[in-house]
Write a new protein. Sequence first.
Length: 208
Amino acid sequence: MNNGFSLLCYDATLFTTSSRLKVWALPVILLPSRFLLYIGYTVHSVSGIDLENTVSTALSLLPNLSALNIIAHSDRGSPMKAKSVKTLIQKTLNAPVHYGRPHNPDDEAWIEALIKNLKYHRDVPDSFNTIADLTDWFSKFTDIYNNEPHSALSYVSPYHALLGLKDSILSRRKTNLANAKKNRYKVWLNNQPSCLCQRSLIESLISN
């Protein structure tokens, strides 16, 4: 990613409804902005077709797809390694598909962190009675996640990072903090019984 690549990362995680129905969430994110493109779902188990449909939908939501230099990345689960999924991504992105090392989730740390957030976010419902309740949460979470500041992005939201505004936001934030620091010094200075020469010296230092 340091060489100008974007990474399309996807995975699957299990949810269970109140009636013990197994529903798999299939999130797809775009790095380095950590923008959550889409969360698909499937019931009971995950097949290559399920993942193919999810990735297809996510790719259709990518802005300026032709302008992005993307590499796809996932773990080594059977659906992720399905030939149809690999062919779809290679045909659409004209890019290689990379896989993490076996039994090493740290290779997919970004999507693992998102999954943890998806399951334990402060707004997540206590239970899901139906599949519709789950899909409603997936939709709400996508909007929440993309518009909240992230520590991994220096507390810039994925939405702003995707728009390329991260550097300008951080620069403006740095300027605002510097101005606030100067203002605090000025308030402190005005409350000090120092001589005029000392006050002039300090004020010159603040202005610089």
